[in-house]
Design a protein around this ligand. Structure first.
Ligand SMILES: [Zn+2]
Length: 476
């Protein structure tokens, strides 16, 4: 029984080690032979599929179509937008050989696809009738990272990147906000992670963007994680790639473009927001297994209980993702711990006494509570309980976020909280103050929150009159 738990470092004593222990022990990932790369094993890939399904459906409902662009980008294209290449150059991996021949021009492994997509769009768009152009791509990208951590920062990761072109700036901004709202819906409703919506300050925005909208989530160790971003690119890329259209008035105009992305990083957030000392706690909507059934009984009883459990699972399979743990080499106690570690939201325990009473025992992973439920009520009770677990995980995460959000007047106050949490305060808008803050404390401006009215008081760094209300935190 202790064997399972012994292998996970307590969350409170070493959060980073806890994180690594959890993802290894739950068989979510394995490390690849190359430094900085990971293998997503079925248990985490299935979660990614649920996220994909939820996002993809909403992308399509809002008029987007999926397409696929090449993995490699010729250097001259990547270099076309000056800010963009400057922002990414340190992280780009290059292909210089094809077979035994040195390539005349080296090819970048995409760190993101604005440039190759921009080059194609310039050939596809001629008239205002071709707009808006709304395309999304599910793909992998490579960013050569120095320090890596599974899901949070890996050299290669999976994501989706949407790229759109519009006739007007207003339409493009509307698109940027709409996609941010889709991200918010999926992250809050499926992953049960509360987020703060905001716009990035100039120093933190995407390379080449006019505005970057972001969703910031608070992890269990009080650090922030950028969960998804949506960029209004203005005409930077359309000018660099000559994406022009003949408007209704007969004038040739540059399109207004956007791009927006979310990645497997969200799985890292899922682990860090909901996990506890026992391991994962998965929200039912993205749990590969929603209910696990553990039969209890020895000797002759065993077969009778098992037959009963099999019949039960066959019925419930129609409404939930359910698994029967009929491994006979482990005790029920071991199995309880094992499935708790894997974060399965509900556990059904069934033994001879339960069968005699036409009952089963249900244990909730989120609260640890156990209840008895009549077997004939399971078809209605289980979906209700899964919904409760989903809501409760969000509620707990939201409560944690609120309890670790502080209003500050001066940046030195953050020291009192060990620089852990969401700090709201005013900022003068100077990048010097942002840089000083980062150098002295490791704190960055996560965003200028959308929900808050701009307050003009004094900057928490320099004390000069402020321009913005900002959300400050140490970030992953
Ligand atoms: Zn300042």
């Amino acid at each position: 029984m202790e064997k399972v738990l012994k292998d996970i470092t307590p969350k409170s004593s070493d959060f980073s080690q806890w994180y690594v222990d959890v993802i290894r022990k739950t068989d979510m990932v394995d490390y690849a032979p190359m430094k900085g790369f990971m293998v997503m094993k079925p248990y985490s890939y299935r979660i990614w599929e649920f996220i994909q399904e939820a996002m993809d459906r909403r992308f399509k409902e809002t008029g987007h179509e999926n397409a696929y662009f090449p993995l490699l980008i010729p250097e001259h294209l990547l270099a076309k937008e000056a800010e963009h290449i400057e922002g990414f150059s340190a992280e780009v991996a290059w292909v210089t050989m094809g077979g035994s021949e040195v390539l005349p021009e080296r090819l970048a492994v995409r760190p993101t696809s604005e440039t190759i997509i921009g080059a194609m769009y310039s050939q596809w768009i001629h008239s205002y009738r071709d707009l808006p152009l709304l395309i999304n791509q599910w793909a992998n990208v490579i960013r050569w990272e120095k320090a890596t951590r599974p899901f949070l920062r890996t050299t290669e990761f999976l994501w989706q990147e949407g790229h759109t072109v519009h006739r007007t700036a207003e339409e493009a901004i509307q698109e940027t906000r709409q996609q941010l709202e889709i991200y918010r819906t999926v992250i809050e409703n499926y992953l049960a992670i509360p987020v703060v919506q905001g716009v990035k300050s100039a120093g933190e925005r995407f390379a080449g963007a006019v505005d970057t909208y972001t969703l910031e989530a608070l992890m269990g160790d009080g650090r922030a994680l950028q969960a998804a971003t949506s960029h209004f690119l203005g005409q930077h890329f359309s000018q660099a790639f000559d994406i022009r259209f003949l408007d209704e008035d007969g004038v040739l105009k540059y399109g207004w473009t956007t791009s927006w992305g979310s990645s497997t990083r969200m799985i890292g957030a899922l682990i860090m927001v909901h996990g506890d000392d026992k391991g994962l706690r998965l929200p039912p909507l993205v749990a590969p297994i929603q209910v696990v059934v553990v039969p209890i009984g020895r000797g002759e009883e065993r077969n009778r209980v098992l037959a009963h459990a099999r019949a039960l699972v066959a019925r419930l399979r129609e409404i939930v993702r359910i698994k029967l743990d009929d491994r006979d080499e482990f005790t029920p106690g071991y199995k309880f711990n094992d499935w708790e570690m894997r974060g399965v939201p509900l556990r059904i325990e069934i033994g001879p006494k339960d069968i005699a009473k036409n009952e089963i025992t249900l244990a909730r992973r989120d609260t640890g509570t156990k209840i008895s439920v009549a077997e004939d009520q399971l078809m209605t009770r289980i979906p209700e309980l899964l919904k409760d677990v989903q809501d409760e995980l969000f509620r707990q995460a939201h409560e944690f976020q609120q309890a670790h959000s502080y209003a500050i007047d001066n940046y030195q106050e953050m020291d009192h909280y060990g620089y852990r949490g969401f700090f709201r305060g005013d900022w003068c808008g100077s990048e010097d103050c942002a840089t000083r803050l980062k150098t002295e404390t490791g704190i960055t401006i996560r965003c200028l929150p959308l929900e808050e009215s701009p307050v003009t008081d004094h900057c928490v760094v320099c004390d000069e009159p402020s321009q913005y209300r900002a959300l400050f935190a140490r970030a992953y």
